[in-house]
Design a protein around this ligand. Structure first.
Ligand SMILES: [Cu+2]
Length: 435
């Protein structure tokens, strides 16, 4: 990343770190892919600056809205009190608001921040507002990871017309707009110099609707983390699908000085809709110029312990069903569009719940829950063979996903919604109250 957010660190006598970050949202005139562009930024940076934390840190993020419209800040995936997440509260132009949390033990992973003012999330994010957060923990100190070359990759597509961000068409609101300019850390197809050895790629899908189907020809992706946790041990994959809002932490064995290309492979998230713009052989997202003498690489073994959840102890079993209406175009969960004041679901603090999220539509929808990380148990009835703490899960078209959620640590009202932001703004969101 090019920039880091201005921080005010303070270390207390007990050795605890208190970090305070400043983020200012504003319209900025920057260069994108060699052309002047008027976009929205945090701290004049596209994407926003990396907030780098350690488990145990006490963090406060001071947000100032210098846009001409209401906005706010959501610290996506962070397990924090609903009273501090406060996505229902908007910040008027010229006003500020602070968000505080403690980076919990076991929360080492990748997170991000973006606006969450209902009705204007899509456009504010599509026009540029997003930034990455990384929390580091004990597993980051394992020799294999400490010696790896780490690259943080923020994937954010955009579309420019005469130096301004192109508007949404009617079809964009239904399908989710995919910008024709796919940027990695604000650059089109950047080339990064890396030494031979293990390459650690930490990828954030900060796009409003575009899916990325990641692959590196000739290499396996050794996935070591997803969203808000490490996996217990690396899981080798040929390709990995990253829905909007999801993050992946992957190791690549770069033993020799030979270039590597990170590709976006074709994937159809709307079987009934128009095909995507990705060519059959994939589109290059970024390249890595690997340099140096041939290196021996060793993948890490055990990373962390993720508890297996005993589903027989679940206090409740809920089913959530996605839907839509055409006139007017709205998206629904359990037949309802979002109502700020309504409580759609309740859960008891200290209990485990199992949710089946059912998608009868001919289009994928990524499901996101605030504050409470969950484990994905099964996708389309097929058990997931590894454990991770997730906050976004893709629910395939005409499919379903089973998740298990321990409601630990906090009470209050939190949101759940589709992370295709057009759908969220058009109603595909609900309120859960944990009592
Ligand atoms: Cu959706």
């Amino acid at each position: 990343m090019k920039t880091e957010a201005p921080t005010t660190p303070a270390i207390t006598q007990t050795g605890e770190r208190h970090l305070s970050f400043e983020l200012v949202a504003r319209q900025s005139h920057i260069m994108l892919h060699g052309k002047p562009a008027s976009v929205l930024t945090y701290n004049n940076s596209f994407p926003g600056p990396l907030l780098e934390l350690q488990e145990g840190d006490h963090v406060s993020v001071h947000f100032t809205n210098q846009l001409t419209a209401p906005s706010n800040l959501h610290l996506h995936g962070i397990s924090m009190s609903p009273e501090e997440d406060k996505p229902h509260q908007v910040v008027a132009p010229g006003e500020s608001l602070s968000y505080a949390f403690t980076a919990q033990a076991g929360s080492a992973g990748m997170y991000w921040y973006h606006p969450h003012a209902h009705g204007s999330v899509t456009r504010q994010l599509f026009e540029g507002l997003s930034g990455p957060i990384i929390i580091r923990g004990e597993a980051d100190k394992l020799p294999a990871l400490a010696s790896a070359t780490e690259k943080v990759l923020v994937l954010h597509d955009i579309q420019l017309e005469n130096g301004h961000v192109a508007p949404h068409t009617g079809m964009d609101w239904g399908r989710g707009k995919e910008g024709n300019l796919v940027l990695v850390n604000g650059e089109k197809m950047p080339e990064m110099q890396v030494p031979t050895g293990l390459l650690r790629l930490r990828v954030l899908n900060a796009s409003s609707a575009r899916y990325y189907h990641l692959g590196i020809p000739g290499k396996q992706l050794h996935v070591i983390g997803m969203d808000g946790s490490f996996l217990e041990k690396p899981v080798a994959k040929e390709t990995l699908l990253l829905a909007p809002g999801e993050r992946a932490d992957m190791l690549v064995e770069a033993m020799e000085a030979a270039p590597l290309a990170l590709l976006n492979m074709p994937y159809s998230r709307t079987p009934a809709g128009p095909s995507t713009d990705t060519p059959a052989g994939g589109a290059i997202l970024a390249t890595f110029a690997v340099q140096g003498a041939p290196a021996q690489v060793e993948l890490p073994g055990k990373l962390v312990e993720i508890p297996a959840l005993d589903l027989t102890t679940a206090a409740a079993h809920k089913t959530l069903t996605f839907g839509a209406t055409m006139q007017p175009l709205q998206f629904t969960i359990d037949g309802k569009t979002f109502d700020h004041c309504r409580t759609d679901l309740t859960a008891r603090a200290g209990t485990l719940e199992v949710w089946d999220i059912v998608n009868p539509m001919a289009m994928d929808h990524p499901f996101h829950l605030h504050t409470f990380p969950f484990q994905v148990i099964a996708v389309n009835g097929e058990a997931v063979p590894y454990r991770a703490w997730k906050d976004v899960v893709n629910v395939p078209a005409n499919g379903s996903v089973r998740i298990a959620i321990p409601f630990e640590g906090f009470t209050g009202k939190v949101m759940y919604h589709c992370h295709i932001l057009e759908h969220e703004d058009l109603g595909m969101m609900g309120n859960l109250e944990v009592l």
